[in-house]
Structures are given as C-alpha cells and as structure tokens.
Design a protein around this ligand. Structure first.
Ligand code: NAD
Ligand code: MN
Length: 828
C-alpha cells in the first residue's frame, strides 16, 4: 500500500475532548440557583428544570426555574445597583469589563466544553469561534466604557435592561447583550434559553470572581412563559433586548407597546448565498459548508438559500454533493467532526416536519450515503434542488442543516430572488469580479453582506436585521445607542396625552406666551387685533391671510395635489375658534396611494448625496422668499406673536441647511476587524417612512422630521400637525418649485392618530415616526408588529423643537437609517 493509498482511504479515529472537568464543575454545584445580587438563591417555586446533552441524551444538570417573584427580586437588585453603577466612571467600568474578558480567556476551555455539552455544537467551533468572540466582545466594550464620556457626550444609560437570549450561541449572545449594556452604565437581568443555561451560570461565577458590584448582572434561568414573560412585562425594566424567533419578537413588540421601554430585536432570517458564474468554486464549496453547516445550520444568519447562476449550477451541485459525502456528524466533544447535534428533540422534529413538507411540495431532496449516529439528536446535511421561490422551503426559516438551491440568470434576477423574503439579516455574494460584488451588496436587503466569505463576526462591526429580521444593532458604535438615551429626555415634560386634551389647554398656554414676549409683543398683538376685526382689511398682515379662507389645499401625493378620497374636508380654526381654512380629510385609500407613490420614488435613495443636499438648499431658498407669509400663517394658526413665528421660520431655514449639510457627511465608517480585509459600515435609507408631526410648531415640527428622513434617502408619507396643518400644505408650491422628485414627500392631512395607525399597519411602510400623545404612541408601536417595522415615538413627551440639541442632529439621522456592514476580505 502506498502512502497515497493510505492518504485516500484512512479513516478518522476518535479525538475526544475530555468532559470530566466540566462534568465535575457541574456536579459540585447543581442544582443551580438563580444569580441575584451576586448570590446564588433558590427559586421561590422550589422548581428546577433539567439541562440535557443533545449529543448523548444524557442529563447534565438541574437548574432553577424562576417565577415572577424571582424576576421581581432580580429587577430590584438591578435597580438598586443602577444608582451607583450608572455613576461609576467609564474607566472603572472599563476595568471590570477588561477583567471579565481576561477571566473568559482563563476559563476558556471549561466554557468551550460546557457549551459543547449543553448545546451539542462541536468543540472545534466553541473553542475556536464562540469563546474567542466572547472575550473579544468584552475587550472591545471595555474600550467603549473608557471612551463613553468623550465619544457619547449628552447620552446616559437607559437603566435596568431585561435581556433574553436563544440557545444557538448561548455565551456569545450573552456577551453581545451584557458587554454593551454594562459599558454604557446599565444594569441587567438576563434570561438564558431553556436548553442552554450552563455557560451563563459559569459566567455568573466569573462575575463573582472579578468582584463586579452586586446587582449589576443578574441571571435568571427558567421557562419562557414564566421568567421570560415576567421580564418583558416588568414595569421597572427600561429596555428589553431580545434575540430569538420573529414570532416571539412580534409578541414582545406588542407586549411592550406604549410602555416607553426601549426595544431591540434580533430575529430570524433566510439569508441568500449568491454564487455568480465567475466565482472561485473551491472557495464557494467551503463557503457553503460554513454558511449552512456551521452550528448545524442553527444560525440566524445561516446562508440557507443557495442562489446559483444557471450556467454553473450543475457542476457546483455535483461538487457540493461530493463534499457532503465527506462531512462527519457526531459527538460534540469529538474534535474531528463537522456537524454536531441538534439542540433538542423538539427542534429535530421541527426540521423533519419542514423537510417532509418540502418533499410533499415537489422539491428534490438529497442526503449523503452515510447516516448520523442513531443515539442523540442528529440530522444529516440535506440539499434541496428544484425548489420554487414561493414554496415553504424557500420562505420558512428551517434552523437546521438544510440547504435549498435555486438558480438565476442575471444579476438583477439574483437581487430579486435574494430579496424575495420578509427577512433581511445577512447575505453572501461570491464573484471574482469585485465590481459586480460591490454593485450587488448595496442592493441586498440585509444588515450584513459578506463578499467572498460568510458568517464572519466581530465586535467592531455591527450585526442586526433589516425588515422582519428585527431592528437595532449589536456591536460597533451603532450598537451602543441601543443602551443609551439623550440626557435631556430625563427632564422632558409630558405633553398632554391626546389631541383633544391639547386643544382644550391651548388658549391658556397661548395666553402665557403672548404675555411673555416684550419687544415682539407689539407686533403679535397687532396681528391678533387684525384677526379679531376682519373688517379692517387695509393692514398688510391681514391682507396676506385673506386667500386662505376660500382656498382648500388638497393632499399632496406623487408630486401632485389630489382631492381626498373621502370627499370630506376638515375645518381649521384659530386658537380662539375662527375658521381659517379647510384641508382634506385623509383616509385609508389616500394613505395607500401615498405609500404607493413613495415606493415609486425609491430611486431617491440612490440619488447622489450632493444632489439631495442641493434640493434641501433649494427648498430653503424657496421658503425664504416667502418668510413673511409663512410667519403669518403660524400666527394665524397658533396665536403666537409675529416675532415668535418669524423666529420659527428662521429656525426652519437653518434646519433645512443643517440637513442639506448632513446629506454628504453622515457617511459611515470603515472597520478593521482582526482579519485581512475591511468592513464598510454604511448607513442606508430605511425605505418608505410614515411620519406623524407634532401639533406645536406647525412648520418647524414638520420640517424637522421630513428633512432628515429625506436627507438620508427615504421617501415619506407625512401627516402634518392635526391642529395647524396649513404650514405644511403651504409648502406644496415650495416643493413643486425646488426640483424635488414627485413622491419623495407625500402629505396626507387629517386625524393624526388614525392616519398614523394606518401607516403603522401598512406592510409596505418600513418605519414610522410619531410625535403625539401617549395613546397614539402605543397604537403605533402595537400596530408596527405586523411587519416589524421600525418605530420612533415620543410617548407623549415634549421635545423643544427650537433647541438644536433636541430638535435636530445625529439622533434623527440614526433613526432615519439602518447600518449595513459589508465585509470585504483581501488577498487571493
Ligand atoms: P425563541 O424565540 O423561542 O426563544 C428565544 C428566547 O426567548 C428564549 O430564551 C426563550 O425562553 C425566550 N422566550 C420565548 N418566548 C417568550 C415570551 N413569550 N416572552 C419572553 N421570552 C420568551 O427562539 P429559539 O427557538 O430559542 O431560537 C431560535 C430562533 O432565534 C431562530 O428563529 C433564530 O433565527 C433566532 N435567532 C436570531 C438571532 C439574531 O441575532 N438575529 C440569533 C440567534 C437566534
Ligand atoms: Mn442543553
């Protein structure tokens, strides 16, 4: 027998990692209690859950099942700790995070073995990927704790954060949640997934070891329906950070609607893996192995849809099958396996169910000749061809080692197929033509795009979804904003809860502002005088008001003024009750038309930033020509003094200039993660946005919201101030004369809260901003769960639109964009 023969025929021998140290660690400690205030406490129910090794079916440990009383205790501990932790200097927090990172490294093998035992994933992955990334995440965020004061001025921690994580990357998801939260001065209560609590419990020991102040990190194990729900509903939790299924994410969005809790959701995916015919096929094959068989395919961003250019489909599939024959499945502690065990029998059954359904729907299934071990939870690597784009296999997240292949002919077809899913987590693009790959990347609806690589992660580069894959980012500077809020918000007053309440209070407030002005008081009174005595029409101010009475502005849709579908108008009055005009009463049909027009104008997102800036400057120019008329319109609608109104117009012009300026300056960054290559973090437009404007500052409030959304390339459907919409409708001519493409800004007047709700319910709207009352905020958040659109609401709190700190700036730009991270490795 020659060496060559041996090389070709040699079988792998077993190469097991020792389980004993981890099993001993468990034996000495179980049953595990809950980790509250740096102490191990028994659950109030006295009940325990079992944690099992999916590779062997063997019982590993008993862990506490927390109930709502335990969650209360954990939240109370976190609240008490927040008072001091949030005041602790960034440097001191950095030292703690640094200590955590060091201790993760010191215990790295125990953590890797525990993770493999508990989850069933291969030791090769936990040792080389999960645990190193965990340490890296704490180091990286130690840095942000150190730099918070200088790099995030004006921001403060959110408070007590409830964090809920899935079982697929138990310790890594913990790190993604806890590191940024602590760095920014928050305290946390974290609930691990039911199947995989063990590394979180080892992490709790590390928290004790490094002497983190009690209550900063609390870990409550338990069932979703007990511990999970109690955490989500807890009134003293300020934010929920969730990673898991889209279905549960949706229920959490509804459960927290209107509560004022901040929310970030990292949900499911059905990510495309796109192979062009000039790709390097050897790399592609290994890429596919990583994309769909890494972690048994139980990866939210798994490349589960293989999209292949038609002319190379046959050879690629043949090579892939040959490679699949060589994959090895087995015990998670065997160092020489490729695919470990599925996390639980239930999950295994679900994979089988979806695979059976795929076969029933006519797709062609292929599995290698070999069979996985019969004991334990194993599923063989599986490839489907002849899959139609609308079928279950192509649309539903399987969360297992199942790849579905489809073909395309042209790049445009590849993009269309790739985006043909409600999800938007990740995508890979394979081509040796860098021009092609970089042209495709921005067209994919996904938070991460990997060029000639896949499933790469780093703390420096944010991760998170577009569309129904959720919102918010983990990692990168953008991830920090999920754990802070502007400091001024703490002192923000409540506005009256509803429009009706506001209207009732208006005269009182307006009276106050009239008395409060001194040099401008005179002109304000003059105009109010003219309003109350319409007979004297010789005044310059009054003459300018006359046409408004008989001119009824229509809606503004697709660049045209159109009649409202309802055929009804809404009367607009001065604060003291005189009719000053009428506007269209918008309804569902008008919203639908406006959304359609906004979609048709989506080319706005690819207009050059210079071009968008030019149009915003032009809007300012054309508005400035009519300053006096706009000021008087504000006086008429609000009863404020002329000087006050004139200054609202001036601030509005300045605001337009600000966002014209930002157009080509809010640009993203280049990350340098530890690999040969770069990651381009690009803020992209979200798409079609619905915007409901505040009642105050009818012009400034309107422009303060529309301008940043437009500047970033979104197209918008705006509901202007319900009480004072005429400042917005007066802008129609300004829009028409400023080269603004039709459909970029659409305006539907009418009842703010019901129109905002229609926008929030609309599946083709990608984000909704709402600045009104508390109930309206709740309704928008609740309705947004349909397609998991992003929302930004004020919970009935006032914002001083005149103040640049509150009324403009990067907060608005961040809310108007989503970050896409494009990974571009170097080298041959
Ligand atoms: P899951 O949504 O069922 O559970 C996730 C976590 O939420 C668990 O800790 C669970 O106990 C808890 N939970 C479940 N219902 C709850 C409720 N009503 N209230 C509060 N908590 C509740 O998901 P899973 O089965 O554990 O994980 C698989 C899913 O997670 C997949 O769909 C996958 O795509 C997704 N995932 C997403 C990411 C991401 O970053 N986007 C990462 C990993 C997993
Ligand atoms: Mn387990």
């Amino acid at each position: 027998m020659s060496v060559m023969d041996i090389f070709a025929t040699m079988e792998y021998g077993p190469a097991p990692e020792a389980a004993a140290p981890a099993l001993d660690w468990i034996k000495e400690r179980q049953p595990f209690g809950l980790f509250i205030n740096n102490q191990w406490v028994q659950p109030s129910s006295g009940e325990y859950l079992e944690s099992v090794s999916p590779a062997t079916g063997r019982l590993l440990a008993r862990v506490a099942a927390a109930g709502s009383a335990d969650v209360d205790a954990a939240v109370a501990a976190a609240r008490a700790a927040f008072a001091t932790w949030s005041e602790t200097s960034g440097h001191v927090r950095a030292r703690y995070l640094y200590a955590i990172a060091r201790h993760i490294q010191k215990h790295s093998r125990l953590l890797a073995v525990l993770e493999s035992l508990d989850n069933g994933k291969s030791i090769r992955e936990t040792r080389d990927i999960d645990i190193p990334l965990v340490a890296r995440h704490f180091y990286y965020h130690a840095g942000w704790a150190q730099l918070m004061a200088s790099e995030l001025p004006g921001y403060q921690p959110v408070g007590v954060v409830g964090q809920i994580i899935p079982w697929n990357f138990p310790l890594l998801m913990l790190a993604w949640k806890i590191a940024p939260a602590l760095a920014m001065g928050n305290t946390v209560v974290l609930k691990p997934a039911r199947y995989t609590p063990l590394t979180a419990l080892k992490f709790a020991e590390i928290v004790q070891e490094i002497g983190l102040p009690p209550g900063v990190v609390n870990i409550v194990t338990g069932e979703a329906s007990q511990a999970g729900e109690a955490l989500v509903k807890h009134p003293d939790v300020n934010k929920i950070a969730f990673t898991g299924s889209t279905e549960v994410g949706r229920s959490i969005r509804r459960a927290t609607a209107g509560s004022g809790k901040k929310l970030s959701l990292e949900l499911g995916g059905k990510s495309p893996f796109i192979v062009f015919d000039d790709a390097d096929l050897d790399s592609v094959i290994e890429g596919i192995v990583d994309a769909i068989w890494f972690n048994q395919g139980q990866v939210c961003c798994a490349g589960s849809r293989l999209l292949v250019q038609e002319d190379i489909a046959e050879p690629l599939i043949a090579r892939l099958r040959a490679r699949m024959e060589k994959l090895r499945t087995g015990d998670s502690l065997d160092k020489a396996i490729d695919i470990g065990a599925i996390v639980s029998p239930g999950q295994l059954k679900e994979i089988q169910r979806l695979v059976d359904q795929g076969v029933a729907e006519g797709a062609e299934m292929w599995q290698p000749q070999w069979t996985p071990p019969s004991e334990g939870c194993y599923f063989p690597p599986t490839l489907f061809t002849n899959v139609s784009p609308a079928s279950t296999l192509a649309q539903v997240e399987i969360f297992g080692p199942v790849l579905v292949a489809m073909t395309f002919r042209t790049p445009a077809e590849a993009v269309a197929l790739a985006n043909n899913t409600p999800y938007g987590l990740a995508a890979s693009v394979w081509s040796e033509n860098i021009n092609l790959a970089l042209d495709i990347a921005p067209r994919l609806k996904a938070g991460s795009v990997w060029i000639n690589c896949t499933n790469l992660f780093d703390a420096s580069s944010g991760f998170g979804g577009y569309r129904e894959s959720g919102f918010g980012r983990e990692g990168g500077k953008e991830g920090l904003y999920e754990y802070v809020r502007p400091a001024w918000e703490t002192h923000a007053e409540a506005t009256s809860a509803t429009t009706e309440e506001r209207a009732a209070r208006a005269p009182e407030r307006d009276g106050a502002s009239e008395n409060g002005t001194s040099p401008d008081g005179a002109s304000g009174e003059m105009i109010d005088d003219k309003l109350s005595t319409p007979g004297q029409s010789n005044g310059h101010a009054f003459a300018a008001m006359l046409p408004a009475i008989d001119r009824t502005p229509k809606l503004f849709i697709g660049g045209k003024q159109v009649r409202p579908d309802s055929g009804y108008s809404r009367s607009i009055y001065t604060p003291d009750g005189r009719l000053i005009g009428e506007v269209g009463e918008g309804n569902r049909k008008d919203i639908r038309n406006a959304v359609e027009a906004a979609h048709a104008a989506s080319g706005w997102a690819s207009a050059s930033t210079h071009n968008r800036a030019q149009i915003l400057y032009y809007l300012a120019e054309n508005l400035s020509i009519r300053e006096d008329e706009f000021a008087r319109r504000i006086v008429q609608q609000t009863g404020r003094s002329y000087a006050d109104a004139a200054s609202e117009v001036q601030v509005t012009l300045s605001r337009l200039f600000s966002y014209a300026a930002w157009c080509d300056k809010f640009e993203g960054v280049v990350h340098r993660p530890p690999l040969r290559g770069v990651v381009l973090a690009m803020p992209e437009a979200i798409g079609v946005m619905g915007i409901a404007c505040p009642d105050d500052y009818p012009l400034l409030g309107f422009i303060s919201l529309v301008a940043p959304a437009m500047a970033m390339g979104n197209t918008v459907v705006v509901v202007p101030s319900q009480r004072s919409p005429l400042s917005a409708t007066d802008c129609y001519q300004v829009f028409e004369t400023s080269d603004l493409p039709g459909g970029v800004v659409n305006i539907v007047t009418g009842e703010r809260d019901s129109l905002a709700q229609l926008l929030a319910e609309h599946d083709d709207v990608d984000a909704v901003w709402y600045f009104g009352g508390t109930e309206g905020s709740r309704r928008v958040e609740f309705a947004s769960a349909g397609n998991m659109k992003r929302t930004w609401v004020n919970y009935g709190r006032a914002r001083n639109w005149l103040d640049a700190l509150q009324g403009e700036g990067e907060e608005f730009l961040r809310e108007a964009t989503q970050v896409k991270n494009i990974w571009v490795p170097y080298g041959e």
